[in-house]
Design a protein around this ligand. Structure first.
Ligand code: HEM
Length: 418
């Protein structure tokens, strides 16, 4: 089995996928300034709007009618990019998706598995801090450094192998593909590991084991494995944007006072609030993936025809002035002593989606965001170059596979121990 895209096709397909996300964003951007709800009111019930920016509608779609909206629409572009929609995010609702989702939740992204990657995160944070220390007092592109960190963590967890930042996603996937298609190196490694700790397993090991054991209701093909790995890398990419924003927004009083490991992070309430506030104002996926109505139903008193497409605008919902006070202000304190969180129960704050199609990667994502952020703040004071002030920072975002800052974030690290 060959990876169909060795040098040209894959980037092209990825580009198509990005175009799809961008097109969704473009369609929505003129609607995000609070218009989503009015469009609903003015069009229903004759023509159904496909974009929604109200927490109330999000709740109807993701909770009341979640099962009915657990379907993804058939989209040519995603079928091409995701091995005929056999990944998790785009797989149609049904037995295959349920099986993959179960594998994800129980095997790949469980609390136990995520803990088993603790050493990887620790090692990569040390590398990050060491690198930044070596260029202290000079402006560095923090976004790029954080992106390399995330990439390294994901590639080690997924493929058991470190990839350098110059390696493209394409080469990673090619490597993953070789591994998935039975590359001797990977299988031999698995055999040698018999009796060793589960902690040593990467995602490919787990998936190959499930494939070989043959206990699955639906067999897992090599292409299915590749599609899952593709999802994991896209998910990991979403973590990148959070830390650079966090570093620029934590004042001296709120910085961690001691070196922390993952177990100590829960005590850093302000840091956690900064992560939440960043996810509220800058959700990496501003538009959630579209869902499709499987059977006609009623929402807000209006009949929703079968196959109606719904796209929820998480970005606009996070800034809804009816839901948030001073919605546009970056104010992490709002999350201190608040029970509102991103785990899918608060429909005014849904950066990870909610309901059955909610992100299964939260347990993996959060320590990969919080741990580097805590260390970046503990070890360094951060200054803006050329006498810039915080207000001068351009927070404009661009939207591709996920949202990220348009301009790189150059900051000067000043080590505390110097
Ligand atoms: C800050 C980081 C992350 C954010 C904000 C995020 C957000 C999301 C969202 C919103 C969805 C639903 C699809 C959509 O509406 O676009 C999703 C799905 C998914 N995410 Fe994440 N994600 C993150 C990190 C991760 C990580 C690290 C992984 C894996 C290691 C991951 C794996 C997945 C998978 C497999 C799905 C498909 C779930 C399904 O359709 O059943 N995500 N994610």
């Amino acid at each position: 089995m060959e990876f169909s895209s060795s040098s040209v096709l894959f980037p092209f397909l990825l580009f198509l996928f990005m175009l799809f996300r961008i097109a969704c964003w473009f369609t929505s951007s003129s609607l995000t300034e609070g218009l989503g709800r009015e469009i609903w009111a003015s069009h229903a019930p004759t023509a159904w709007p496909s974009l929604h920016a109200s927490p109330q509608i999000a709740k109807e779609v993701m909770k009341t009618h979640d099962l009915n909206f657990a379907q993804r629409p058939h989209l040519l572009v995603t079928r091409i990019v995701t091995y005929d929609s056999t990944d998790i995010a785009f797989a149609p609702y049904g037995d295959y998706w349920r099986q993959l989702r179960k594998i994800c939740v129980i095997e790949l992204l469980s609390a136990k598995r995520v803990r088993s990657f603790q050493l990887i995160r620790k090692e990569e944070v040390s590398n990050l801090i060491r690198f930044i220390d070596s260029c202290s007092r000079f402006p560095i592109d923090l976004r790029e450094k954080i992106s390399s960190f995330t990439f390294a963590v994901i590639s080690k967890a997924a493929l058991g192998k470190e990839f350098k930042e110059q390696d493209s996603l394409e080469s990673v996937l090619e490597e993953g593909t070789k591994l998935a298609s039975g590359l001797m190196e990977h299988r031999e490694r698995m055999e040698k590991r018999t009796g060793e700790l589960e902690a040593e397993e990467d995602f490919i090991d787990v998936l190959l084991k499930l494939q070989q054991d043959g206990d699955l209701e639906l067999p897992l093909t090599d292409d299915n494995i590749k599609a899952v790995i593709l999802d994991i890398f896209s998910g990991g990419g979403a973590c990148n944007s959070i830390d650079s924003c966090g570093v620029g927004n934590v004042g001296n009083d709120e910085k961690p006072k001691r070196d922390v490991d993952e177990t100590g992070i829960d005590e850093l309430k302000f840091l956690k609030a900064v992560v939440s506030e960043t996810l509220r104002l800058h959700p990496p996926f501003p538009l959630l993936l579209p869902r499709e109505c499987r059977e006609k139903c009623k929402i807000n008193g209006y009949e929703v025809p079968v196959k109606t497409r719904m796209t929820i605008n998480a970005w606009a919902i996070g800034r809804d002035p009816d839901y948030w006070t001073e919605a546009e202000r970056f104010y992490p304190e709002r999350f201190l002593d608040s029970s509102v969180d991103y785990k899918g129960a608060d429909f005014g704050f849904i950066p990870f989606d909610a309901g059955r199609r909610m992100c299964p990667g939260i347990l993996f994502a959060i320590p990969s965001i919080e741990l580097p952020l805590a260390h970046l703040l503990f070890h360094f004071d951060w200054e803006l170059p050329n006498g810039m002030r915080h207000e001068d920072l351009d927070m404009t975002e661009v939207h591709g596979l996920s949202a990220k800052r348009k301009h790189s974030l150059h900051l000067i690290p000043i080590p505390y121990n110097s």
